[in-house]
Design a protein around this ligand. Structure first.
Ligand SMILES: Nc1ncnc2c1ncn2[C@@H]1O[C@H](COP(=O)(O)OP(=O)(O)O)[C@@H](O)[C@H]1O
Ligand SMILES: [Mg+2]
Length: 145
């Protein structure tokens, strides 16, 4: 058995804060590179965290991204206060987006964020309550199981 450890870090994400958009996922990406996590894993974590972060910036009021690294896996819990998602099945469809015209002009709103989070995760769960908020659980394994 190896030495057991856990690195945990919490990040705040503000709705509407396009100026800092992507900074949380960049911090996580840099940290993982620094500690020598394989680039294929870093890439998947970066995509999943970036898309989750952007969804809070674009659609929610406030969110917390909790990041936990163990020798086995990376777990990311993203919990926001916001309008929630009425139809998760629809939101998960490729190309579905409620992005505003203004967001589309900035290059967002392809409707690929949630599908790409799922694609890059080994475990993915999304739950949402209308008028309350949305929660994502993303797990990416470090070892093939
Ligand atoms: N955290 C969230 N809170 C509220 N609605 C969300 C959230 N994340 C996603 N959605 C809804 O799901 C849709 C699809 O999300 P996504 O696949 O990331 O595409 P996009 O961000 O390009 O719109 C969004 O347009 C939005 O309606
Ligand atoms: Mg998105």
């Amino acid at each position: 058995m190896g030495i057991d450890y856990q690195i945990e870090q919490k990040f705040e994400i503000k709705g509407g804060d396009f100026g800092n958009a992507g900074s949380v996922s960049t911090k996580i990406k840099d940290k993982l590179k620094e500690i020598g996590i394989p680039s294929s894993i870093v890439r998947r974590v970066a995509i999943a965290t970036y898309e989750a972060e952007m969804n809070i910036v674009m659609y929610a009021y406030h969110g917390i991204l909790n990041f936990v690294l163990t020798p086995q896996q990376i777990k990311i819990i993203v919990d926001d206060k916001g309008p929630g998602i009425e139809d998760i099945g629809l939101a998960m469809q490729e190309g579905y987006s409620t992005a505003t015209e203004e967001m589309r002009e900035m290059g967002f709103g392809a409707g690929m964020g949630l599908p790409n989070i799922k694609k890059n995760s080994d475990e993915f769960e999304i739950t949402s309550q209308v008028n309350k908020g949305t929660k994502l659980k993303i797990v990416i394994y470090l070892n093939k199981r």
